[in-house]
Design a protein around this ligand. Structure first.
Ligand code: OAD
Length: 240
């Protein structure tokens, strides 16, 4: 670990929310072991059967609304508040646990469960309530055009302009709790590394992306990340 970083990017995935009680996608009990991606997470599925897709995301909402941030989310907030660098969070998670942990500079590249986007006017509706094929857009007043603001396979990621800039200018890149199998997020480490960032992976195990990581820190993010942040903060105050 270097002594000084000026721009830190943290990519988070479902594993960071696991200790908050939320399912990951590809573990034994993961969401994609109980539901077919082709039925609920592709743009074709939404075109074919929007009622079913709305229902799937509506049913996930209560659990995500109830969930509380864990020490890994809180460690990131601490880093943002106490380390003299720009610290940005690029999250693949559609939960709002970074917001609940009072973090800032959060980019939800895969969307948010508590939002719907109007396919007629492009405006976002914020709601933890149910959204359906009958929901009326509060901005353009057209009914039946709301889509969960979840990026489906086959759609563009959100905030990519900003993300590209962050990845090409950061000097420290942390990947926390993601399996690294969904692109383009899985290749963010490659971009950061090729532009000169030092790269760390926090996971229970090595992922398929490990080639581009300089360091691997194994264990639960709720344990490993707070320690890492404290060590980083100690370098700032000259304790290490
Ligand atoms: P995955 O379910 O693919 O991977 C979760 C990763 O977290 C695995 O590598 C686990 O080993 C790791 N993990 C689990 N518990 C952990 C813990 N306590 N501490 C640290 N690591 C832990 O989830 P993602 O990589 O986030 O897209 O999946 C990427 C995308 O695939 C999601 O954003 C989702 C899905 O299709 C959309 O919904 C648009």
């Amino acid at each position: 670990m270097k002594q000084n970083y000026s721009s830190i990017v943290i990519l988070t995935g479902a594993g960071i929310s696991a200790e908050s009680g939320l399912s990951t996608f590809r573990s034994e009990n993961g969401l994609w072991n109980h539901h077919r991606v082709e039925d609920v997470a592709t743009i074709e599925a939404f075109q074919r059967n929007p009622e079913y897709v709305h229902e799937f995301y509506n049913e996930l909402k209560p659990e995500l609304l109830k969930a509380k941030p864990n020490p890994a989310h809180l460690a990131i907030t601490k880093l943002q508040n106490e380390y003299p660098a720009c610290v940005s969070i690029i999250t693949q998670n559609v939960d709002t646990l970074h917001e609940k942990a009072k973090s800032h500079n959060i980019y939800h590249i895969h969307g948010q469960i508590n939002q719907a986007v109007c396919l007629n006017c492009g405006q976002i509706l914020e709601t933890w309530g149910d959204v359906s094929t009958e929901t009326v857009c509060p901005h353009c007043a057209v009914a039946g055009m709301m889509k969960p603001n979840i990026v489906f396979f086959g759609e563009n990621l959100l905030f990519m302009d900003k993300v590209e800039k962050l990845l090409s200018t950061c000097d420290l890149f942390l990947s926390v709790g993601t399996s690294g199998v969904v692109f383009p997020a899985a290749a963010f480490v490659q971009t950061a590394k090729l532009y000169g960032a030092e790269t760390f992976e926090f996971n229970l195990e090595k992922t398929s992306n490990n080639f581009y990581f300089d360091h691997h820190i194994f264990g639960k993010a709720g344990e490993t990340l707070p320690k890492f942040v404290d060590d980083l903060l100690a370098t700032k105050s000259g304790q290490l």
